[in-house]
Ligand binder design. Structure first.
Ligand SMILES: *Cc1c(COP(=O)(O)O)cnc(C)c1O
Length: 412
């Protein structure tokens, strides 16, 4: 039989342990503890000689089924689901770096991720070196013996910048450091990170995977291409655990000790969301392109940014990496903040809300919301403009969305 495609694998990935009633959905195991037949059995479980669920902060069958579905479609060595996208990012960084170490990234990042690096982790003695990741020759001089990873977003939120991932991977390999990607805007199905040399993927499953914006969650994916024997922090474990080193260590240390688990109920919701990810993502990407093309033709719109647009400077690299699936997020500029607010207030169908990749189309003025805590100079460095609107395109009929935007533009 030929290899199954993404959606077939998601729908038919077997549960590790069958439900005794033959339920076609992995049931929601809303429990904390699991019982053992004997004292010897529970000892073996704690010693990890006999794999078993013991306590739901560490692992749980419903959460495991969600993780295994993602593992099946990514060919990853291991997957861990967490309470949020931010939990996924912070767990990975805390697992690979400590006091005195440094991470190289860009200021073109999701606002809370920037805050995690520039403030929270800084207070714990972890340095972040910010640079322009689109210019690979600028990165190398920043890497030293204490550099543990390069961190980037596949499509940055909200700058919609796209880096050359293979070039980053080549550099990371040469320097024996990790390449960590936030793939929230281009999740598995849009982008196979493993084929581009991404060692570890983190993503907010709150977004495309949950789909209906039903629940907050995050995912860590170890693609199994990094040789953990080459990493001083992990080399001891790597002799026994090989490609499973990182996920194992995470579960027995940072993930377990910080208590970052997702609830079984949320894992169930996101697992259901995953079943229709390919259908929703294709519609949302096609809608985003149609809307970007429409906006380019409107005289009131000063500029439109979408990597899938032929006029985008990232078009070619985006197509190489994501095919026709550059995501459902786009930005555009009006003449002023006042015009942006008038436009937002004139919409009847599109919702003013701070989320993305909901089934519904959502709109936001980033400078006055997600980035409001940053001063004008920093916003400029982050390329977060007062005149910029961010649109997360959903799966509605695209003509209805364009009609709503046309009416709102008339009122500007
Ligand atoms: C939303 C988002 C996050 C954070 O995810 P949460 O699930 O809200 O914690 C991280 N990165 C990107 C690119 C995001 O859009």
């Amino acid at each position: 039989m030929s290899e199954q495609k993404f959606i077939t694998k998601i729908l038919h990935n077997p549960f590790l342990k069958e439900d005794p009633h033959g339920s076609l959905h992995m049931p929601v195991y809303e429990n904390v503890a699991f019982e053992f037949k004997s004292a010897e059995d529970i000892e073996l479980a704690f010693q990890r000689k006999k794999p078993a669920h013991m306590y739901s902060r560490i692992s749980n069958p419903t959460i495991e089924a969600f993780e295994q579905r993602i593992r099946a479609v990514t060919d990853a060595a291991g997957v861990v689901a967490l309470s949020s996208g931010m939990a996924a990012i912070s767990n990975v960084i805390l697992a690979v770096a400590g006091e005195g170490d440094n991470i190289v990234t860009s200021k073109h990042l999701f606002g809370n991720t920037y805050s995690l690096f520039a403030s929270t982790l800084k207070d714990w003695g972890l340095e972040t070196r910010f640079t322009d990741l689109t210019q690979v020759d600028k990165i190398e001089p920043l890497i030293d013996a204490k550099t543990k990873a390069i961190f980037f977003e596949t499509v940055t939120n909200p700058q919609l910048e796209v880096v050359d991932i293979k070039a980053l991977s080549k550099l990371a390999k040469a320097k024996n450091i990790l390449l960590i990607a936030d793939t929230t805007l281009t999740p598995p199905y849009a982008f196979k990170a493993k084929d581009f040399g991404v060692d570890i993927e983190v993503l907010s499953s709150t977004k495309y995977i949950s789909g209906g914006a039903t629940s907050v969650g995050g995912v860590i994916i170890d693609n199994g291409i990094y040789d953990w024997r080459r990493n001083p922090k992990f080399e001891k474990d790597a002799k026994a655990l090989g490609p499973f080193t990182f996920i194992n260590r995470l579960r027995r240390n940072v993930y377990r000790n910080l208590g970052s688990c997702i609830s079984p109920h949320n894992a169930f919701l996101q697992s259901v969301g995953l079943e229709t990810l390919p259908l929703r993502l294709d519609v949302s990407c096609a809608n985003a392109l149609r809307i970007a093309e429409f906006l380019e033709g409107e005289s009131q719109i000063k500029s439109v940014h979408y990597p899938g647009l032929k006029s985008s400077k990232y078009f070619e690299i985006a197509e190489k990496q994501f095919g026709k699936r550059s995501g459902g997020l786009l930005t555009f500029d009006l003449a002023s903040k006042e015009e942006c607010f008038k436009f937002l207030n004139g919409l009847k169908l599109i919702r003013r809300a701070t989320n993305l990749n909901d089934n519904r189309t959502l709109i936001l003025h980033p400078a006055s919301t997600i980035f409001c805590e940053y001063d004008t100079a920093l916003k400029k460095e982050m390329n977060v403009r007062e005149t910029m609107i961010r649109l997360s395109v959903g799966i509605e009929d695209v003509d209805d969305l364009i009609a709503d935007m046309k009416t709102a533009l008339e009122g500007v």
